[in-house]
Design a protein around this ligand. Structure first.
Ligand code: OOG
Length: 255
């Protein structure tokens, strides 16, 4: 089985590096969710061997809008590396991606090691900062279609992210207006409440998942809580921005 895991991780890694879509893995060989996470880890190891550094985690399908858009209804998680970051106001090179989409998100930076399941109140205290964020997802599968196992193996479609200015974690996060704009025009409007009812719950969920895996998330880690709205397809020549009420904005240009 471990050879198969390596082969599947390599197939996705090649699709990423050559920016060419690949058939869904599960149609070639069915596998369970635990195996999907092992394929994801094998893919992250390949990135680490090329010098990338894991800086945090993302959650996926934390909002109903995303579950409905993609037809998947389970919480998933993936890894974020330093190489995936685009500077706020920077340029996203679309020629390095397959069929990228963007999602408005809220990001957290953790203040302490997370090594046990947290309550909602404890999650609030575990934050060093919170920021508006944009996540660029780019499924490595043809037509952006996948099963739950496929998307987990594909590191939850992670491709790039942009972080806005870090704010002190002292304001309520449960109902902040979120606007995603293309060239200044709103294309998605939502609320932080769409993320598990309250985005801090993403940290509660991550703490629970990490505990199951007997893993510790070090202080200073980045967490993307999941999209507040459905994703929007990107095209060249766009100015893409997100505004989260009370937190601020971040943006990038597509080229
Ligand atoms: C999977 C990733 C989902 C989110 O925020 O819900 C996700 C996908 O839609 O391709 O990032």
């Amino acid at each position: 089985m471990s050879t198969l895991i390596q082969e599947m991780a390599t197939q996705l890694d090649i699709a990423t590096r050559c920016h060419e879509a690949t058939p869904q893995l599960s149609t070639q060989q069915p596998f369970d969710l635990a195996t999907a996470y092992r394929i994801q880890q094998a893919g992250i190891s390949l990135r680490q061997q090329r010098g990338e550094r894991v800086v945090g985690l993302k959650l996926g399908f934390t909002s109903r809008a995303k579950m409905i858009q993609m037809g998947v209804d389970a919480l998933i998680w993936g890894e974020l590396t330093d190489a995936m970051q685009i500077a706020d106001g920077g340029r996203l090179d679309l020629s390095k991606l397959i069929h990228p989409r963007v999602e408005p998100e809220i990001a957290f930076i953790t203040a302490c090691d997370i090594d046990r399941p947290l309550s909602l109140a404890e999650a609030g205290l575990a934050l060093a900062g919170v920021a508006p964020a944009l996540e660029i997802i780019d499924s490595r599968y043809r037509d952006f279609r996948f099963s739950l196992q496929d998307v987990v193996a594909d590191n939850c479609s992670s491709a790039r992210y942009v972080l806005g200015p870090l704010c002190a974690p002292d304001s309520a996060l449960d109902n902040l207006g979120v606007v995603l704009r293309f060239d200044g025009r709103p294309v998605q409007i939502g609320s932080s409440a769409a993320i598990l009812g309250q985005p801090l719950r993403a940290l509660v969920e991550i703490s629970r998942l990490l505990h199951q895996e007997q893993r510790v998330l070090p202080a200073g880690s980045l967490i993307l809580a999941g999209a507040a709205t459905a994703a929007e397809a990107l095209r060249p020549g766009l100015h893409v921005s997100v505004e989260v009420a009370g937190l601020g904005c971040c943006a990038f240009n597509t080229g």
